[in-house]
Design a protein around this ligand. Structure first.
Ligand code: NI
Length: 171
């Protein structure tokens, strides 16, 4: 088992667009396995490549705490094909510790992604899975959930966000 350090707000990698994955090899499997271990250890339900300072379009999701029949899964080169509806849910992020906020996002998605074997999957998702998928996909584009907040709310959080950013700028 290998745990990867999770980077936090203030680290430049969190603001970059991650690169497409083209090699579905053993290194990718190892990366996914380490990301699962890191996510489990941190009690997270999602973790994206950039959060462990890896410039690759991959994220892992584990919703087995919430829905027993859902296995932990790795999503490679994920994309949203269609969006429908809108719903408000509370979000937090392992890279922005101690902060959570209600975020509006589309409710249902048609998605496409590749598995660790390079197989392309298309499916319709909703509920918390659709929520986590969008949050993690944002990470691959350098976007964080705080970017979706109304200006006033973002301003209210700013002192706490600045504290996290400053800590990570120094390290
Ligand atoms: Ni996050």
């Amino acid at each position: 088992m290998a745990l990867l350090p999770i980077i936090q707000l203030g680290h430049p990698t969190l603001r970059k667009r991650a690169t497409e994955i083209t090699d579905f090899n053993e290194d990718l499997r190892t990366l996914a396995r380490n990301m699962f271990d890191t996510m489990f250890e941190a009690d997270g339900i999602g973790l994206a490549g950039p959060q462990v300072n890896v410039d690759k379009r991959i994220f892992v999701i584990d919703m087995s705490v919430l829905e027993e029949d859902l296995e932990p899964e790795a999503f490679i080169n994920p994309e949203i094909l269609e969006k429908e509806g809108q719903v408000t849910m509370e979000e937090g992020c392992l890279s922005i510790p101690g902060i959570s906020a209600e975020v509006d996002r589309p409710e249902k998605l048609a998605i496409r992604y590749q598995t660790l074997d390079g197989e392309t999957v298309e499916e319709d998702i909703d509920g918390i899975l659709a929520r986590v998928f969008q949050h993690e996909l944002d990470h691959l584009d350098g976007v964080l959930f705080i970017d979706h907040l109304p200006t006033i709310q973002r301003k209210l959080l700013e002192p706490r966000l600045k504290k996290i950013r400053d800590q990570n700028a120094l390290s």
